[in-house]
Design a binder for this molecule. Structure first.
Ligand code: GLN
Length: 537
């Protein structure tokens, strides 16, 4: 295999190449490390772990050579969002508060990551404490979208998305509190899974809003994301082994569907009035996907879900309330940033937090403290909890009429970076020289753009995002499928069938980051024509 072209392969394909001894894990790891150097301008990583990656690659190769049977992704290099604790490796959550924090323990998912023979290339950039939708609130500077370097890759798991999309990792872990796995996948033409709330341990995931926080997986296609989910799951659902097939036949066996009508028997809910919140290109792509599925045998069930109108306000009230409580632990005393010249204990608290947190985090702590305060609790927090219950009940009702719900993952394609933070690299020195006093974009507008992702977190249900088209400018559009709790096998199967019918997920951004950095018209038209080639088969 020509390792220079490895980013054209899916992670499962790379795993098979390792298993069949066509490439070794150390060879592949070195190729990815080289590619990370070439793609440094994406700012996808906060901390690169080259030496550790090579040690892990050697170790897994030894285990494979000894005949040990490991995950299908064994030896395939991956990236991990920098809010997931890694023992002995700096974990910053994208914040000055944790700029030099080295966890003394691994997150539960990282224990399984290591046991399965995975290789960690580094820790990826994110919005500070995972609060944001563009990866611009990171203390370490914004991430660039490999499809167009002037645009955001989405957030908060934007570093993980840029790494996989730009060929700087084969697959990645992210976290999804209100859409941070699904929305960056949508902006970067990847596939991602936000599993059922509680299905993966949160131990070692730096807390943002605990009743929503959920680790998820990102890959070049849905099978990669499914294999990654199996790899980190305490009780794997066998998603990889059942679905890691190139032939429709095998998948059809499982779904008991016929090859000519692979979606037969599947009831897909389509909340058409909810779709009106999306840009027309996005809406059209999702409606076209519904038509394709219908033509392939699915029954489309019209849904009316007015309860979802309350999703964004309810989410932000509850998420900020939980964040204000979770972030109280950063007091400058126990761990994290401590102000240098504090006069007394009170000043240690106040100045450490003033210096350590960026503006978006402060905004949310203030909002959260406000909605939890005695005089306002009933008016805001309690009301938001009630709305949350109504949304969960609405989903319950919907899932008696359909098997999964189709929606966009985001109302738009990737937005332009605002440039508030200018152009810089991810080095701490650079970050320290920035004031970070301005907000990257209009916060309220960004909150509202979470309308399609937060309902699944409010209800705790699983959801996946898969590519479903490109805008006129050649930017990826993502399709979301939501299902009832523990319906990951159904969602993965449906997404895998969708992939069998389409080529969107096979499109890659241009390879040369130097060319991609500025998103010239010529490149955009090149991508657009590639996109047209990627229409439904
Ligand atoms: N954009 C949402 C927020 O800012 C979701 C972030 C996330 O899922 N981590 O809260």
């Amino acid at each position: 295999m020509n390792t220079l072209q490895f980013e054209q392969y899916t992670a499962l394909e790379l795993g098979r190449l390792i298993q069949s001894r066509q490439v070794s894990s150390p060879e592949l790891t070195r190729a990815f490390l080289q590619r990370m150097k070439e793609g440094a301008s994406f700012h996808a990583y906060i901390t690169e772990t080259a030496e550790f990656a090579l040690q892990q690659a050697e170790a897994v190769q030894t285990r494979l050579d000894a005949g040990e049977v490991l995950s299908p992704l064994a030896g395939v290099p991956a990236a991990v969002k920098d809010n997931i604790c890694t023992k002995g490796i700096r974990t910053t959550a994208g914040s000055k508060m944790l700029e030099s924090f080295v966890p003394p323990y691994d997150a539960a998912v990282m224990e399984r990551f290591a046991a399965a023979g995975s290789v960690l290339l580094g820790k990826t950039n994110l919005d500070e404490f995972a609060m944001g939708s563009t990866s611009e609130t990171s203390y370490f500077g914004p991430v660039r979208n490999p499809w167009d370097g002037t645009r955001s890759p989405g957030g908060s798991s934007g570093g993980s998305a840029a790494a996989v999309s730009g060929g700087l990792a084969a697959w990645a872990l992210g976290s999804d509190t209100g859409g941070s796995v699904r929305q960056p996948c949508s902006f970067c033409n990847l596939s991602g899974i936000k599993p059922t709330y509680g299905s993966l341990s949160r131990y070692g995931l730096i807390a943002y809003a605990s009743s929503f926080d959920q680790i998820g997986t990102m890959g070049r296609d849905i099978l990669d994301a499914a294999a990654a989910l199996d790899l980190i799951s305490e009780k794997p659902l066998g998603l990889a082994s059942v679905y890691a097939s190139d032939s429709l036949g095998n998948i059809a066996d499982v779904s008991a569907a016929s090859a000519s009508a692979p979606f037969a028997g599947l009831r897909i809910g389509l909340p058409e009035d909810w779709l009106q919140g999306a840009d027309s290109e996005v809406k059209d792509a999702v409606l076209a996907a519904a038509k394709t599925m219908e033509a392939a045998g699915a029954a489309i069930v019209p849904l009316h879900l007015p309860e979802l109108d309350a999703a964004v306000p309810a989410y932000y009230v509850i998420a900020c309330a939980e964040a204000s409580s979770n972030l109280a632990r950063y007091d400058g005393v126990r761990y994290g940033h401590r102000a240098a010249d504090a006069k007394d204990l009170q000043d240690v608290f106040v100045t450490s937090r003033t210096e350590g947190f960026g503006p978006e985090v402060k905004r949310r702590i203030l909002l959260g403290s406000f909605v939890l305060s005695a005089g306002h609790y009933d008016a805001y927090y309690k009301k938001a909890l009630e709305a949350r219950c109504r949304i969960a009940a609405a989903f319950d009702r919907a899932f008696s009429a359909c098997d999964c719900i189709l929606a966009p993952a985001a109302p738009t394609v990737a937005p332009q970076l605002t440039g508030t933070f200018g152009s810089q690299n991810t080095s701490a020195g650079n970050a320290a020289s920035r004031s970070g006093s301005a907000s990257p974009q209009d916060p309220l507008a960004l909150y509202k753009a979470d309308l399609y992702t937060v309902p699944a977190n409010l209800a705790g249900i699983p959801a996946v995002s898969v590519p479903c088209g490109f805008s006129a400018e050649g930017l990826p559009i993502g399709l979301q499928l939501m299902g009832k709790a523990w319906s990951e096998p159904l969602l993965v199967r449906t997404a895998a069938l969708w992939q069998q019918l389409t080529d969107y997920h096979k499109q890659r951004p241009l390879r040369d980051p130097a060319q991609r950095g500025h998103g010239t018209n010529a490149e955009v038209s090149e991508r657009t024509s590639a996109a047209k080639g990627g229409a439904a088969k």
